[in-house]
Every structure is written in C-alpha cells, then in structure tokens.
Design a protein around this ligand. Structure first.
Ligand SMILES: NC(=O)c1ccc[n+]([C@@H]2O[C@H](COP(=O)([O-])OP(=O)(O)OC[C@H]3O[C@@H](n4cnc5c(N)ncnc54)[C@H](O)[C@@H]3O)[C@@H](O)[C@H]2O)c1
Ligand SMILES: O=C(O)C[C@H](O)C(=O)O
Length: 380
C-alpha cells in the first residue's frame, strides 16, 4: 500500500465511520439481489479501520464488467487495504444475469468486498459514489466505427450525467469506457454541472497499453521496460499513438524508443495503424469487442488517477481540453498527463513534429464533429 492510499482513507473516515458490518449510510436499495448478498456472509479482517469506498460500475452484467469487477473487488485499483462497496447498474432485462454475477462475487470470498448493491435504478447506483466506471453501452459490431454508436449510446450518458449530478459525491472520479468514449464523457459532464469537468475522463489507456505491447514486442523486451507512449485525441481510428517521446529502460540505462528501434518508417506507419485498428482486429477475431484488456485498462486508468503517476512518467487519458497542443477546446481529448493528489495535469512543452501536427488536427476535427452530432441527438 502506498501513502497516497492512506490519504484517501483519511478523507473517507471524515465522512463515514466504519462500524463493522453494514455501514450506517448504506442506502436502502430496492434490489432483491442486493438483499440476498449481505456483508454478514463476507469474510473480512476483524480490525478493519478504513471506511469502505463506494464504486459504481455500469453495464455490470456485460463482458467488460465481468473481468473488471473482480479486479476492483480484489484490490487492484484502490489498494490492498481499501474495502469496497460495489454498486452495480444494468438495465431491467439484465437483472437475472446480474444476479449470477453477484453470486459469483460472493463466491470469490474477497476480503475487501464489503457489500454489493445491484440495481437498475440510477438513483441507487450513483448514490454517494467516489469512483464511477461508466461501461454500460452498446458495443460496435464488425464493420462499424465507434462513432456509429453515438445515436444508440449518447442518451445513456445524459441520463447518467444527471444522476451523478444529483446523487454522487461532488469529487467523484468518472471514467467513461462506453463508446464513443470521448464524446460520451463530454455529454456526461455537460449534464453534471455541479461536478468539475476535470472529474470526467474517457479511456484511451487500452490504446496506450496496446502501443506499449507493440513496441516491447518489436524490441523483444518486457512491456515493463517501455513507458511514456502517448495517445493523442479520440479513442477511434483517428487516434495518434505517438512513441516519439517514449523511452526504454534496460540495465539502468534510458534510451528513447526511436533511438532503440532505428526504424522511423515502422513507427510512423505499421505501428500507428496497428494501434488505431486493434479494436477492430479483436472484433474480427472474437466476434465480440475487447473485454479482458478493456477491463485491465480501466483498472490501470483509475488506479493511476487515485494513486498518482511515478516521477518522470506520464499516462494518457481523455480529459477536457484547454487547447493545449492546438487541440480544439471543450472536447474530451486524450493527452499525456501526470497525476498528483488525485488531480491530473497535461504534460506541456513536448515537441510536436509536422507529422504529429497533421494527425493531431485530424483527430481533433473528428472530436468537434462528434460533439456537434451528439448535441443534435440529445437536443432532438
Ligand atoms: N474505451 C475503450 O477502450 C473500450 C474498450 C472496449 C469496449 N468499449 C466499449 O464499452 C462498452 C461496453 O462493452 P461490453 O463489451 O462490456 O458490452 P456488453 O454488451 O457485453 O455489456 C454492456 C452492458 O451494458 C448494459 N447497459 C446498456 N445500457 C445500459 C444503461 N443505460 N445503464 C446501465 N447498463 C446498460 C447492457 O445491458 C450490458 O449488460 C461498449 O460501448 C464498448 O464499445 C470501450
Ligand atoms: O473497438 C471497439 O469497438 C471496442 C474498443 O473500443 C476497443 O478499442 O477495443
């Protein structure tokens, strides 16, 4: 456990005292499933002093959630000493499936899992949550682009923005996974005006992880030796995976990725296109969109947001644009960020080549177009 998790524990203790068993502020959830799964059946340390953190996962009966819930509940995201109350939201027809997921969570006998609230009511799902994984949305099928999902999905994020605004903690950290993630996050933030826009982010960590894996494979080294790859812009096929500032660490020596690879042609073509099209490649192979890797990326994103980035390292997140690097303002644009004390900051003053400039402009323009289309759908 790091000291950053200690800070979270202190904040939590100010608002909710853990009394053993069910915390006093647990909402009376209408879900039958939640009634069945009481913390009395859960085994956890006797002297637990840290108050549990309420975490909502939407689309909880779906593919991504099936991997993600386990990661959260076993401590991968909020630390090995942070008890969790999971709030699980899905739509009414999925309540039966969700019941099975809740049974499996109980059967995992995870010491950190204090309680599970499963529901189809946004008011119960979002009440008092400190972290929100917004996964619930339709996935694309073979041959579609992610923005083709706007008409099906964007209204979900209006409703959930409103619910977050009303019921969540004002410092809730929101990660939008459901596609098209950047524009859904923008709409979600718009309908939650009482929560700072900086608290709404979109997931491009899967693209970062994919890029890291491609570079490591090309160099024949472990992924852990590659860092500071940037994903610029939209989580779509216009994204720009940029390894020009990335580094390789081997035997205590740091080398830039372009220097280690000595293959600019590969970096500017095969590498970029492979990462841009990786989601579609997985769909073609699996006939379903990525789920295990998406869950891992969501866990990585939220873990870094809560616990911070390591000195000298940055990660990519879709965040509200302030116009840095000539990106359009007021879209959710993926930038390299560092994180301290739960707050992200865009890394400044990185050199942008003409090649990069062109790709940044393309992905920025797509985000402006998506914003316009989303607003038309919402306002129709
Ligand atoms: N940003 C990324 O990198 C990334 C990666 C992978 C997948 N995704 C996206 O994540 C989303 C979920 O993918 P999946 O594979 O888990 O899909 P899935 O179809 O397996 O699960 C989605 C779940 O969301 C539920 N849902 C639908 N509307 C809802 C609502 N209004 N409230 C709550 N739940 C709702 C569905 O009932 C379903 O259980 C898709 O949009 C997919 O494209 C994004
Ligand atoms: O490609 C998709 O539609 C799913 C997801 O966004 C991904 O990148 O794997």
């Amino acid at each position: 456990m790091t000291s950053r998790f200690n800070k979270i524990e202190k904040q939590q203790l100010q608002v909710q005292t853990f009394q053993g068993g069910r915390p006093s502020s647990t909402p009376n959830c209408s879900s039958k499933v939640s009634e069945k799964y009481s913390c009395k059946a859960t085994v956890y340390p006797r002297k637990m002093t840290t108050a549990p953190l309420r975490v909502v996962v939407t689309g909880a009966a779906g593919q991504i959630a099936y991997s993600l819930l386990y990661m959260i509940a076993k401590g991968d995201v909020f630390g090995p000493n942070q008890p969790i109350i999971l709030h699980l939201l899905d739509i009414p027809p999925m309540m039966g499936v969700l019941e099975g997921v809740v049974m499996e969570l109980a059967d995992c006998a995870l010491p950190l899992l204090h309680d599970v609230i499963s529901t189809d009511e946004p008011s119960d799902a979002f009440r008092d949550v400190t972290a929100a994984f917004l996964v619930g949305a339709m996935p694309r099928k073979q041959g579609m682009e992610r923005k083709d999902l706007l008409s099906a999905n964007v209204k979900i994020f209006k409703v959930q923005g409103e619910a977050l605004n009303k019921y969540a903690k004002k410092d809730v950290k929101v990660l939008v996974v459901g596609n098209p993630a950047n524009t859904n996050a923008l709409i979600c933030a718009k309908y939650a005006p009482s929560i700072p826009k900086q608290n709404f982010t979109a997931m491009t960590r899967l693209d970062q992880n994919r890029a890291q894996a491609q570079i490591a494979e090309r160099l024949g080294i472990p992924v852990s030796q590659v860092s500071n790859i940037i994903i610029w812009g939209n989580h779509s096929s216009t994204q720009f995976p940029d390894a020009s500032h990335a580094v390789v660490e081997e035997h205590g020596q740091t080398t830039s990725v372009p220097e280690a690879l000595q293959d600019a042609a590969w970096l500017n073509s095969v590498f970029v296109e492979t990462v841009q099209k990786r989601g579609a490649a997985v769909i073609n192979a699996r006939k379903m969109s990525s789920a295990m890797s998406a869950a891992k990326a969501a866990a990585d994103h939220m873990k870094d947001w809560f616990s911070g980035t390591i000195a000298g390292k940055f990660v990519s997140m879709g965040v509200i644009s302030d116009g840095s690097y000539g990106a359009p303002k007021d879209v959710i644009f993926s930038f390299p960020v560092t994180i301290r004390g739960g707050k992200w900051q865009i890394v400044q003053d990185l050199e942008i080549s003409d090649f990069a400039r062109n790709l940044l402009d393309i992905t920025g323009k797509e985000l402006e177009e998506e914003r316009q289309e989303a607003l038309q759908i919402i306002e129709a």
